[in-house]
Design a protein around this ligand. Structure first.
Ligand code: GDP
Ligand code: MG
Length: 163
């Protein structure tokens, strides 16, 4: 049985970096420019003995609040709807932003299991952001670093528990 994992979150938090790590090969562009529009990518994801369909949602351009909200609904909602598990990624170094809160609102309304990944948590720069993430009301966040592989074991345990 296939299960689908979607990675969602505002631009530049590190979604594609994680996607690339789990996909095992670079199928999505990683770009330093916030708001670069990229297509949604799919791959066969693998994490230890778990295999799944992996969806990387593309960059939603940073825009005014209303515009971002509607773009999010268009582009991310479909991914969330077809996902069995949603990985909601935050940039722990940046802290929680209004865009993150918009995503969180949408995710709380969906009935999908959500795993909150506070990314860029390598070192101590992400500590405050990690604790802030509890306030989103989406469960206990995972202190994570897609670039360095921190939190991968915890992610595995969470995925395993849901699936
Ligand atoms: P996306 O827009 O959410 O897909 O984010 P990307 O994967 O394109 O990454 C955006 C930027 O964050 C790039 O410069 C990445 O190198 C950087 N980045 C991604 N993951 C990490 C991480 O775990 N730690 C740090 N410090 N930077 C990261
Ligand atoms: Mg991306």
């Amino acid at each position: 049985m296939t299960f689908t994992v979607a990675v969602v979150g505002r631009p530049n938090v590190g979604k594609s970096t994680l996607f690339n790590r789990l996909a095992g090969k670079r199928l999505a562009l990683v770009d330093d420019t916030p708001g670069v529009t990229r297509d949604r990518r799919e791959a066969d994801g693998k994490l230890f003995d778990l295999t799944f369909r992996l969806v990387d949602t593309a960059g939603l351009e940073e825009a005014d609040h209303a515009s971002l909200a509607s773009r999010m609904r268009e582009q991310s909602q479909r991914a969330v709807e077809e996902a069995d598990v949603v990985l909601f990624m935050l940039d722990a170094r940046a802290g929680i932003t209004p865009s993150d809160e918009l995503f969180a609102d949408e995710l709380r309304k969906s009935d999908r299991p959500v795993i909150v990944l506070t990314n860029k948590c390598e070192g101590s720069a992400g500590e405050a952001g990690f604790y802030e993430a509890y306030e989103l009301g989406l469960g206990e966040p995972v202190a994570f670093s897609g670039e360095h592989g921190h939190g991968i074991d915890e992610l595995y345990d969470r995925l395993h528990a849901i699936h």
